[in-house]
Design a protein around this ligand. Structure first.
Ligand SMILES: [Cu+2]
Length: 491
């Protein structure tokens, strides 16, 4: 179990505590931890640094005392958990600024001095670890005057490549090498949102967030204004994001590990679409294969472990209920309607799974969706623009050295193909890491059955599990009064 409320546990109540035991296997690099209840992760998060196993070495040059962590976050001037009532159909508040290590930087009107400084020495190579903990944003990052070498993402080593900027999705982590080989001085490190939606659909935060890379040692910091990065892409530069993602490959060939005998094949639409509240009114909610997730009253893990019926059904569909041109323009609300459900997908232990996500464009609302699977890393074997072509697109898959991630982008009006082997028995959330989409129901749950040995059997619950006391607390609180919801509750 790993914490998402109503999936693997009930919420930890104020004043209570709960201790997690985390077992890493082949992860190496950077991960992060965060709260998984409503929008509390906005402030409850941190980086996890995983060094190579004792005796082994990094596959790239480094120096031991030269590392830095930059956590990108979102800053709100109000209590976002009070504001975000998660009422479906209405937009949710944007952040007041993004942050780098909790500071918005020099371009955000702020009541206090607020710029994070990273002091470096000339002539070193640093390992820079990035975490994107922002709630709803895919972010560009660049350092003035300095190229970066990408060496890892999501605690997995990548084939190094040099770049002037990176794009990092909500939920992702990244390892970079930075060599301090420029004229000693001050250089801005800047973050800017990569916005893939229609400009009119949702207002977004247009602050340029900065921190400063500052050379120290014998150098007197110049009093002049720091240099701003020239290569930081613009807000709408989806091509910069696509070009960056196309360079991601695993450090070593993975053909021995990438699943080749797929036993479960799923095609999953990610959509913002209409739900009929009654005969005359619709609201907009998010879905996977037209199903908008509703939290059960008892977490799925508990219901599964103790064989309690009535909390979920095991019929999450392998395909969308209807096929249409998913990326067409001006698909109206009546193209396809959403349903509510607590539908999970059950996998046998050891199954080889392929999932193709399709970012659909109902209501012209297609955007990039960072799809995140708990419990397993997966290989990103393909991605593309438009509708997925079941015959041609699989021919383009990279089964040789695909990147191994835990969060990957199904791009706006495009698709993403991932493969993984279900070798971690338990109950695992799959969701879009854009918190707004997740709140509106863009998630489902995978149950991976036991494998028949003690090592492949889900562990029993610890003695101090939090107890559920709100049996019908659900994502879509705005639906509580609708007759459809009452019907659903009665099931
Ligand atoms: Cu999304």
């Amino acid at each position: 179990m790993d914490g998402p409320v109503y999936v693997t546990q009930c919420p930890i109540k104020p004043g209570m505590n709960f201790t997690y035991e985390v077992k890493f296997s082949d992860e190496e690099g950077t991960l992060w931890w965060h709260a998984h209840s409503d929008w509390t992760r906005v402030g409850v998060h941190g980086a996890i640094v995983i060094y190579p196993e004792g005796g082994s070495t990094y596959p790239y040059p480094r120096s031991h005392d030269a590392e830095e962590i930059l956590v990108f976050g979102a800053w709100y001037t109000y209590d976002v958990n009070l504001e975000v009532i998660e009422s479906a159909g209405s937009d949710q508040p944007g952040s007041d600024s993004y942050t780098i290590n909790s500071q918005p930087g020099d371009f955000c009107p702020c009541s206090r001095e607020g710029t994070y400084r990273w002091e470096v020495e000339y002539g070193k190579t640093y390992l820079l670890r990035l975490v994107n903990a922002a709630m709803n944003a895919e972010l560009f990052f660049s350092i003035a005057g300095h190229n970066m070498t990408v060496v890892g993402m999501d605690a997995s080593n990548l084939k190094p490549f040099e770049t002037t900027y990176v794009v990092i999705e909500a939920g992702q982590t990244m390892n970079l090498l930075v060599t301090t080989n420029q004229e000693p001085g001050q250089y801005y490190m800047a973050v800017r949102q990569c916005f893939s939606g229609e400009a009119t659909f949702s207002e977004f935060d247009k602050t340029n967030v900065t921190a400063i890379l500052q050379y120290n040692g014998s150098v007197t910091p110049p009093s002049s204004v720091p240099y701003f990065p020239t290569f930081l892409p613009g807000f709408y530069d989806k091509y910069a994001a696509m070009s960056f993602r196309s360079k991601l490959k695993s450090l070593y060939p993975q053909d021995a590990y990438v699943p080749k005998n797929v036993t479960t094949r799923m095609y999953i639409t990610a959509n913002l679409q209409a739900y009929k509240v009654n005969d005359t009114s619709n609201i907009s909610i998010t879905t996977l294969n037209n199903v908008s997730w509703v939290n059960p009253g008892v977490d799925v893990l508990q219901a599964y472990y103790y064989n309690l019926s009535g909390f979920y059904t095991d019929d999450f569909p392998n395909n969308p209920p209807t096929f249409y041109d998913f990326v067409a323009f001006d698909l109206g609300a009546n193209t396809t309607f959403a349903s509510l459900g607590t539908k999970v997908k059950v996998l046998e232990y050891g199954e080889e799974v392929e999932m193709v996500f399709q970012s659909a464009n109902v209501l012209n609302a297609s955007v990039d969706h960072p799809m995140h699977l708990h419990g397993h890393s997966f290989y990103v074997v393909g991605s593309g623009d438009g509708d997925f072509d079941f015959v041609e697109d699989p021919k383009t898959y990279n089964l040789f050295d695909p990147p191994k991630l835990n969060t990957a982008t199904s791009q706006k009006s495009g698709w993403l193909a991932i493969r993984f082997k279900a070798t971690n028995p338990g109950v695992w959330l799959l969701h879009c890491h854009v918190e707004r989409h997740y709140s509106w129901g863009m998630n489902t749950v995978f149950i991976v059955k036991n494998g028949g040995t003690p090592e492949t059997t889900v562990r029993g619950p610890p003695p101090n599990m939090p107890v559920c006391d709100d049996p019908f607390s659900i994502n879509l609180k705005g639906l509580n009064d609708s007759p459809f919801y009452s019907e659903y509750r009665a099931l």
